[in-house]
Design a binder for this molecule. Sequence first.
Ligand SMILES: Nc1ncnc2c1ncn2[C@@H]1O[C@H](COP(=O)(O)OP(=O)(O)OP(=O)(O)O)[C@@H](O)[C@H]1O
Ligand SMILES: [Mg+2]
Length: 340
Amino acid sequence: MPGAIHAEGLVKTFGDVRALDGVDLDVPEGTVLGLLGPNGAGKTTAVRVLTTLLRPDSGTAVVAGIDVLKKPNEVRRSIGLSGQFAAVDEYLTGRENLQMVGQLYQLGARDAKARAGVLLERFNLGDAADRPAKTYSGGMRRRLDLAAALVVSPPVMFMDEPTTGLDPRNRQQLWDVIEDLVAGGTTLLLTTQYLEEADRLANDICVIDHGRVIARGTSDELKARTGGERVEVVVHRAEEIEPARSVLTALGEGEVTVARLSRKLTAPVSGGARLLAEIIRDLDARGVEIDDIALRRPTLDDVFLSLTGHAAEIRENGDAETGEAGAERPRGARGKEENR
Ligand SMILES: Nc1ncnc2c1ncn2[C@@H]1O[C@H](COP(=O)(O)OP(=O)(O)OP(=O)(O)O)[C@@H](O)[C@H]1O
Ligand SMILES: [Mg+2]
């Protein structure tokens, strides 16, 4: 299994924080594992251990058929890493950065140059190629960092939040690049806060929290486990939240989640369109005016929320909308660990 990733019982503590508390991971060759988890869950720590940047307190890991603890240098030659904190030399231009990486990996000067050119175009950095990286925007840096990870095509790639901070168009393009890469046989472990990204790219998903794996499976398996349909109601006025909550509590199948700022209530339901009609009648009878109502299947976001008690993408939408939805869950929102 030259391209696989296999880890067992990884533990890593920092003082009294157990960043990894016995993590097992398996990524078959040529597949994509999406590692999901709230801020501080241990995702970056797992990636750092698997890429030899950090020694675990205990546990074993084999990447590309090589023991990570015994032969870190060999592992490094078989992997590519694009990090959460971009490793870009500020004073070099984008092109020079990529050429330097190529030479580090012992591509000849000509090959390194050609490869840099291809990647700069592919990541939309053609126009900025000859400017120092310190003049790049955040999204440009991120793209340069990703391009650097792809200078040589290693059999195993690790990407820690590859598209955080990219605009939708660049994110889409990056997904295409990643899909090409995987179609070519690369094994990929990626962490992400965008569940849509995991949904689209990952064969398997592993959810971690507090350094432990709390769920794994395909996206469909995880969704099925979270349960059936949900109804979402957006009421017109804040005063209508409570009466609407009573209606949903009576007709729904479980806890009603409320996002106050957007006046959106969500509840698990069963009964489809017929129930929807009933909900609308009851809301109407109580004089609740609705701006929007919809029945929807669980998304990976629902899975994440129900497993961890946090909404994903808090960092970006930090508007209370997702934060609050999380805050009304039993476990409550844990403070977000700021590390960026
Ligand atoms: N070098 C370190 N020293 C001390 N504590 C650390 C260190 N690295 C990580 N931690 C702690 O370990 C835990 C896991 O951190 P990690 O960076 O792996 O989380 P993460 O899942 O990548 O989070 P995020 O989504 O914010 O990137 C956190 O509580 C973090 O504060
Ligand atoms: Mg991280």
